[in-house]
Design a protein around this ligand. Structure first.
Ligand SMILES: Cc1cc2nc3c(=O)[nH]c(=O)nc-3n(C[C@H](O)[C@H](O)[C@H](O)COP(=O)(O)OP(=O)(O)OC[C@H]3O[C@@H](n4cnc5c(N)ncnc54)[C@H](O)[C@@H]3O)c2cc1C
Length: 325
């Protein structure tokens, strides 16, 4: 049960042909520890993306430049990724803790007889693997040890590690991943309905503006959207307004919603119930706007604005607009 790390495999998701930031954070960490690093890239455009990875310290890329990987299918991905990990000989597998990865890697781990740890917030690779993750809705955190002999799979929350810059133009050896067999599958994705916002998913966003029941009615959520547009943020919500049907569940932050860790989280008219805090207390800077000075959100907030959101939010929006004009 060695915690030694010598060969790292980073599972990278791509969006519009570009490697997502979460994977770049992991590559930066592996490069800083001078580790031999491989990457997995699946989907259309994977080959072109792989060619740009030399500057990130990647020596070998497992590339499935195949439309069969464009749509996540758990069966297809689990079989292919488990095979790649076996071929790679990596002792440590890193991925960003996205919805896809959190669904995929427990399946992969089961196939390989090893363990996957998700939602980690601290990672050290040099001098042996050290991983820490929050537990009990963020009330404490635990250092995790791997007891299985197989590759150690670590899923890191996005925005927890710094992203470096590519340097040099190292050669990347490309290994083609065979096209997945689609016959005999038990599930088939027939249609995917994507949100129209075109904004970054909450779990990857660098800035989030979230609204809660203090907004009084659904129509007032527009205030949150306008504020978010003025500062390039993604919008989130408390469960109270999701349950009320004001916004979709995909926007819910918290214990039964998404876990987020942006650089800036602006909570508007949200009381700060423990279940909401569980999803956002890892944010670097938290700004709370609430008319109740005793609202629990202020205990977590870096900056608190006590006052009426209907006065403060338009002012803040104008300030952001002026900054960006
Ligand atoms: C098992 C379980 C899981 C849960 N999971 C989640 C979860 O994932 N995410 C989540 O968010 N919740 C979750 N909840 C619900 C959680 O307990 C709270 O009920 C919910 O977060 C409250 O949402 P809120 O803060 O928007 O509403 P409220 O608690 O009603 O707070 C509204 C706030 O708005 C302020 N306000 C009102 N008017 C104004 C104004 N004009 N200007 C400024 N401020 C104003 C009030 O002072 C108040 O603090 C869960 C609960 C349970 C039991």
């Amino acid at each position: 049960m060695s915690n030694q790390v010598s060969k790292v495999l980073v599972f990278a998701e791509i969006s519009n042909g570009k490697v997502k930031k979460g994977a770049l954070e992991l590559l930066t960490a592996a490069r800083a520890a001078s580790l031999s690093t491989q990457i997995v890239l699946l989907g259309t455009g994977a080959k072109a993306a792989a060619g740009t990875m030399g500057g990130w310290g990647v020596s070998e890329a497992f590339v499935g430049d195949n439309a069969a990987f464009d749509q996540y299918n758990p069966e297809v991905f689990a079989e292919s990724v488990a095979g790649i990990i076996k071929d790679s000989g990596a002792d440590t597998v890193l991925a960003s803790s996205s919805l896809l990865a959190r669904d995929l890697f427990p399946r992969v781990a089961a196939r390989l007889g090893t363990a996957a740890v998700s939602d980690c917030t601290e990672l050290a690779l040099g001098g042996g693997l050290k991983v820490r993750r929050p537990m009990y809705s963020g009330k404490c955190s635990a250092e995790v040890s791997f007891l299985s002999a197989g590759p150690k799979i670590v899923l890191m929350r996005a925005n927890q590690l710094p992203v470096g810059e590519p340097s040099g133009a190292g050669q990347v050896a490309i290994k083609d991943v065979p096209a997945p067999t689609t016959s005999g599958l038990k599930t088939l994705i027939k249609e995917v309905l994507k949100g129209a916002s075109g904004k970054l998913d909450l779990t990857e966003a660098n800035i989030i503006v979230s609204g809660g029941r203090g907004l009084k009615e659904a129509a007032n959520f527009k205030l949150i959207e306008t504020l978010a547009d003025s500062c390039g943020a993604t919008v989130g919500a408390s469960r109270a307004i999701v349950d009320a049907g004001w916004v979709s569940h995909s926007m819910q932050v918290g214990q039964t919603g998404k876990t987020v860790a942006p650089s800036l989280y602006i909570a508007v008219g949200i009381s700060g119930a423990i279940q909401h805090l569980a999803g956002m207390s890892g944010s670097r800077v938290i700004v709370a706007i609430n008319k109740d000075a005793n609202a629990p959100i202020f205990q977590k907030a870096t900056y608190g604005l006590v006052g009426d959101l209907f006065e403060i939010v338009p002012l803040l929006t104008e300030e952001f607009k002026a900054l960006h004009s």
